[in-house]
Design a protein around this ligand. Structure first.
Ligand code: FAD
Length: 668
C-alpha cells in the first residue's frame, strides 16, 4: 500500500551485501563485485547485492561536478613506498603505512579502467601534448599503449574530467545491473545484530521522493557515504551559502552511522582546510603545479619564501621537499593575521613567464586550459572570474583558506579504523601507549582478516570512510571500493549460514525516522507562521546553531582556527544541548526530512571532531587548527593515533591512544 506523508509505506528487503553510497568507492565496489559473486556461485554460494544512494549515481558524491586531475596515479617508474612516505609527511607523520602502501601498489589499475571506459587523459606523445579536445580519433589507450601522462605533480595526472563521475558510474551500473541499484534513498542508521552487539545486521532509510521507509537486512555492508561538510559556518553567506569547497550533500553519514554501530574511529581530530580561490572555491593545484604560479601577500611577497623559517618549528614535516599542506596554510595565515592580506595567486606573472618561452598559440592554449580547469570541476569559479572581470593574464585572483572539512580520502585522514592487508606488520600490544584503555573486544593489530572491514563484524568501508590514510583521492577511493568487494564476498562466504536479526523492531525504526514529520504534523497549527513554533526547530535553524558552535569554539574561521581546553568545554556543553534539541527538528516535507537527518549525522561527526581535539594535547596540524594551550607538535607523547568508540546507549565517547609505527623507512 502506498504511504502518505504521515504514514509511510514500509518496504523490507533482505540481501547478502548492501552498498551504502554511490560515489567513487561504491562505484569501485559495484564494478568489481560481480566476478567475485560469480566465483562464489561456482563454489555453491549464491550472493545477492544491492546499492543504495541518496542521490543519482551519475552525479552523486564529491566528483559530481567532475574533476580536472586524477590525483593518485603512481605510474610505472615510481615506488608505492615513496607514495606512502608522501602521505605520511603531508599528514604530519601519523598515517597507516600498510593502508597507503597497499593502495599505492593497486591504484593504477583503476586509472587504466577509467581510460578504457572513455575518460580523456592528457598525454604527451613524442613531445606533443594531447588532451580530450586534440586526441586523434583513432587514438589508443594512454597509459597502457604508451605515451606519458601529463603530470601536474609527482602523483597527479591531468584529465578532461567534466564527465568523470558519469563515466565511472556508467561502468558500475552496467556491472551491477539496474535492478540491484536504488537511488534517492537516504540511509539513516545501521542496525546491530540482536545476538551480537558488535556486528551489523541491517540498515534503515527513507525515500527522498516517496513516502517510503526501507528496512534492509544483510550479512555484510559497505558504508561509503563520503566525508562531512557544513559542520562549520561557511565563509559563503546568504544566497551563496550552498557554495562550499566540499560538496554539501556529504553530511558525515559515514562517520556517524559507523560510530553508532560501535565502530572504532581514528584521527577524527584531523581536518582539511583547503586554501582555494576566494568565494568560488576553485582548484589551485593546476596553477601551482602546472602553470608554476606563486602565492603572495598584498605586497607581492611570496610568503612561502618569506616565512620559510617557520617550517623549522615542525621537523621533519616542514623540511620535506613539499612541506605538509597544513604548514603551507600556517605560513599564509601569518600574513593574514598580521594584516598583509589579501593573499593572491599571481596568475599575471606566471602567464607572462610562460609567454617568454612559448609561442602565442601555445599560450592561448594554456589560458584555455586555465578556464577548462574550473569548467571541469568547479564551474562556480568561472562565474566569479566572469563576474569580477578577471582575466588571469591581467588580474590576479584572491586566495583564502576555507572553513574546515572532515574527510579521509583527500588531504585529510579522519575516518574509521579499518583492517589492512595481511602481508605487512603492525605494532604489538605492548607498544600501545594506552593499552589498558583499548576496549577488549577491539583488535590489537592492523589486520583482522578482511581488508577494509571495520572493528564491527560485517561492516566495511572505503574512500573517505577509511581513516589514517589520506591522499587516496578519486582513483584511490575507487580502488579501495574494489578491494572491499573482494573481501565482502569472502566474508559472506565464510558466514553463509548466518542469519541477521535486527536488535530493534521495525516499528520503532520507522517511528524514529519519521519523528520529524510527526512533530511537524502534530504542532503545525499551533502558530500561523510555519517556521516559528515553540514545539519544533527547523533543520535550517538547527544547522546554523551547530555551525556557530563549531566556528566559535572548535577552531573555525571566526577565531583563525584557534581553540583551547576552555573553549572546547563550552563547545561540549553546547553540543550536548544541541543534541537534545535535535530530536525536536521538524520536517514539513521529504526534503526537510533529508535535511533533518543530515543534520543529525553532522552533529555526531562534529562531536567526534571536538572530542578528539580535546583529547590530543598538542597542535598536530598547525594551519588547520591550533590548540593555543598546547601550541606545539609533541613527538614524544603524541606521535600516535587518537582513536575512539561511541556508545549509543550511554551516548558517551571512549577516546584512547594507539601506537603508531612506520612500516616504510621515513629517513629516505
Ligand atoms: P563520494 O565520492 O563523495 O561518494 C559518497 C556517496 O555517498 C555519494 O554517492 C552520496 O550521494 C552518498 N551518500 C552520502 N550520504 C548518504 C546516505 N546517508 N545514504 C545513502 N547515500 C549517501 N580527487 C582527485 O583524484 N582529483 C581531484 O582533483 C580531486 N578534487 C577534489 C575536489 C573536491 C572539492 C573534493 C571534495 C574532492 C576531490 N577529490 C579529487 C577527491 C575525490 O572526489 C574523493 O576522494 C572521492 O570522491 C571519495 O570517494 P567516496 O566514495 O568516499 O565519496
Amino acid at each position: 500500500m502506498a504511504g502518505t506523508f504521515g504514514n509511510p509505506e514500509v518496504v523490507q528487503e533482505e540481501v547478502d551485501i548492501l552498498i551504502i553510497g554511490g560515489g567513487m568507492a561504491a562505484c569501485g565496489a559495484a564494478y568489481e563485485i560481480m566476478p567475485w559473486i560469480g566465483a562464489a556461485k561456482d563454489a555453491g554460494v549464491d550472493i545477492t547485492v544491492k546499492l543504495v544512494d541518496k542521490a543519482a549515481m551519475d552525479r552523486s558524491g564529491a566528483v559530481a561536478q567532475g574533476l580536472s586531475a586524477i590525483n593518485t596515479y603512481i605510474g610505472p617508474n615510481q615506488d608505492p613506498a615513496d607514495y606512502a612516505r608522501m602521505v605520511s609527511n603531508d599528514l604530519m607523520g601519523i598515517t597507516r603505512d600498510d593502508l597507503a602502501y597497499d593502495l599505492g601498489r593497486n591504484v593504477d589499475d583503476s586509472v587504466h579502467l577509467f581510460e578504457e571506459w572513455g575518460l580523456p587523459i592528457w598525454k604527451t606523445v613524442n613531445g606533443e601534448r594531447f588532451d580530450g579536445a586534440t586526441w586523434p580519433k583513432e587514438g589508443g589507450k594512454l597509459l597502457k599503449d604508451g605515451g606519458d601522462p601529463v603530470r601536474s605533480g609527482k602523483w597527479q595526472i591531468m584529465i578532461n574530467g567534466e564527465s568523470y563521475k558519469w563515466i565511472v558510474a556508467e561502468a558500475a551500473k552496467k556491472a551491477l545491473g539496474s535492478d540491484n541499484i536504488q537511488e534517492r534513498v537516504f540511509i539513516v542508521k545501521l542496525v546491530n545484530d540482536a545476538n551480537d552487539k558488535n556486528r551489523v545486521a541491517g540498515a534503515v532509510g527513507f525515500s527522498t521522493r516517496e513516502d517510503k521507509v526501507y528496512v534492509y537486512k544483510f550479512k555484510a555492508c559497505l558504508l561509503v557515504a563520503g566525508g562531512c561538510v557544513n559542520i562549520f559556518r561557511p565563509r559563503s553567506v546568504g544566497e551563496g551559502q550552498g557554495r562550499a569547497w566540499y560538496p554539501v550533500w556529504n553530511a558525515g553519514s559515514t562517520y556517524t552511522m559507523a560510530a553508532e554501530a560501535g565502530a572504532e574511529l581514528t584521527m577524527m581530530e584531523n581536518r582539511f582546510v583547503p586554501a582555494r580561490f576566494k568565494d568560488g572555491y576553485g582548484p589551485v593545484g593546476a596553477w601551482f603545479l602546472l602553470f608554476k604560479a606563486q602565492a603572495t601577500n598584498a605586497y607581492g611577497e611570496v610568503y612561502m619564501v618569506k616565512n620559510k623559517e617557520l617550517l623549522n618549528d615542525y621537523p621533519p614535516y616542514g623540511q620535506a621537499a613539499v612541506p605538509a599542506s597544513c604548514l603551507r596554510n600556517h605560513l599564509m595565515l601569518k600574513e593574514m593575521k598580521e594584516g598583509r592580506g589579501p593573499i593572491y595567486m599571481d596568475t599575471v606573472t606566471a602567464l607572462a613567464k610562460l609567454r617568454e618561452t612559448l609561442s602565442p598559440r601555445e599560450v592561448k592554449h594554456l589560458e584555455a586550459e586555465a578556464w577548462e580547469d574550473f569548467l571541469d570541476m568547479c564551474i562556480g569559479q568561472c562565474g566569479i572570474w566572469v563576474g569580477e572581470n578577471i582575466e588571469p593574464e591581467k588580474k590576479n585572483s584572491e586566495l583564502m583558506p576555507t572553513e574546515p572539512y572532515l574527510l579521509g580520502s583527500h588531504s585529510g585522514c579522519c575516518g574509521i579504523w579499518a583492517s589492512g592487508p595481511d602481508d605487512v606488520g603492525a605494532p604489538t600490544t605492548e607498544e600501545h601507549p594506552d593499552k589498558d584503555l583499548i576496549p577488549a573486544h577491539l583488535p590489537q593489530g592492523w589486520n583482522w582478516g578482511y581488508r577494509s572491514m571495520t572493528t564491527v563484524r560485517g561492516l566495511f568501508t572505503a574512500g573517505d570512510g577509511v581513516g589514517a590514510s589520506g591522499h587516496k583521492f578519486s582513483s584511490g577511493s575507487h580502488t579501495e571500493g574494489r578491494m572491499c568487494a573482494q573481501s565482502m564476498v569472502k566474508f559472506v562466504m565464510d558466514n553463509k549460514d548466518w542469519v541477521p536479526t535486527l536488535d530493534t523492531s521495525v516499528e520503532s525504526l520507522v517511528e524514529e525516522i519519521y519523528r520529524p514529520v510527526r512533530t511537524f504534523l502534530e504542532h503545525k497549527d499551533y502558530t500561523t507562521a510555519i517556521d516559528v513554533n515553540p514545539h519544533y526547530i527547523t533543520p535550517r535553524m538547527l544547522q546554523f546553531r551547530l555551525q556557530k558552535i563549531m566556528d566559535e569554539y572548535v577552531a573555525g574561521v571566526a577565531t583563525y582556527y584557534t581553540t583551547n581546553g576552555h573553549m572546547l568545554a563550552v563547545a561540549e556543553e553546547k553540543l550536548g544541548m544541541l543534541k537534545e534539541d535535535a530530536v525536536k527538528m521538524r520536517a514539513k516535507d521529504l526534503h526537510e526530512l533529508l535535511r533533518a537527518w543530515e543534520n543529525y549525522h553532522r552533529i555526531l561527526t562534529a562531536e567526534a571532531h571536538m572530542k578528539h581535539i580535546q583529547f590530543r594535547k598538542e597542535s598536530r596540524y598547525p594551519g588547520f587548527y591550533y590548540r593555543m594551550d598546547h601550541n606545539y607538535v609533541d613527538e614524544t607523547n603524541w606521535h600516535c593515533f587518537v582513536n575512539s568508540v561511541y556508545d549509543k546507549e550511554t551516548k558517551t565517547w571512549n577516546v584512547f591512544k594507539r601506537a603508531h609505527k612506520d612500516l616504510v623507512d621515513k629517513s629516505k
